[in-house]
Ligand binder design. Sequence first.
Ligand code: UDP
Length: 331
Amino acid sequence: MKVLVTGGAGYIGSHAVRLLQERGHSVVVVDNLSYGHRSIVESTLRVPLYIVDIGNKEQIKNILQKENIEAVMHFSAYALVGESVTHPAKYYENNVQQTLNLLEVMRECGVLKIIFSSTCATYGVPAEIPICEICPQFPINPYGSSKLMVEQILRDFDAAYGMKFVSFRYFNAAGAHPLGDLGEAHSPETHLIPLILDAAAGRREDIKVFGQNYETPDGTCVRDYIHVMDIAEAHLLGLEYLANGGTSDFFNLGNGTGFSVLEVIEMAKKVSGKEFKVSMAARREGDPPVLVGSSDKVRRVLAWKPQFENLEKIMSDAWNWYHKGKAKLET
Ligand code: UDP
């Protein structure tokens, strides 16, 4: 298929682009480079890059028509929970309004298949663990709310215009491409694993553990870390599913296993062979104690099976990327 990938210069999008190429699909990337990396698309992936806002209706329409796009994978979004609390308008404008523009133009051009990046943040503080897709969704920050709004818009576009969607609610994306040339590089960095690796590499003084008195086995927050390659694979399965006439649906994307902040730190020490300072800090606002997703539905309906579910593999791929691709990006 001919697929337009928004946010293809970013972390998860770039892995999906590579997998699409490997499976014989033709890809173009749209990215405004507010967070993505131009060299990843142009030099590493070598696919056409349009530097455009996804909300720019005129230019997106031109691209959809000129490139004969058949489906869209929509990764681009702002995704910093803390920033969404202090700057909600930025999140609603970018994640909701610009996505609405994209969907409108897709409808006008008859592009009626989309794979959407949603999030476990739509569940807020979950009513039960593991979280399943029918659990109530009460987001506790504007980031989660913005993604939930798009989920509703997708439902409505399907009902009104027959636009088919697969929406993946990601848990904690982690790891990197095993070749070490694609991975996570955010600026500013707020995510646990890249920050720990900075500490292991001696580039930050310590890693701060946000909260030690949660109701969890060791008192620190528990998250479901999922390898970015397994996320990319799910997107390919989602695309195939829609191409074969699958009905619109929502799927959690997690491994179903939780690791605490301290367990992740211990694994980083093991994989890197480095010792570094671990400091205790206050809780971070808006952090639920435990987020672990049930992946039963995506396994059953899309026949998804994670290949990289072990934390040691996730961490060693992240560490490999840290020294190879990420170091190169920074030079
Ligand atoms: N965390 C931490 N120290 C840090 C960054 C994150 O203790 O410097 C914790 C955070 O409170 C959460 C977990 O690590 O419990 C994962 O956070 P991250 O920001 O990576 O992902 P999130 O779960 O917010 O999507």
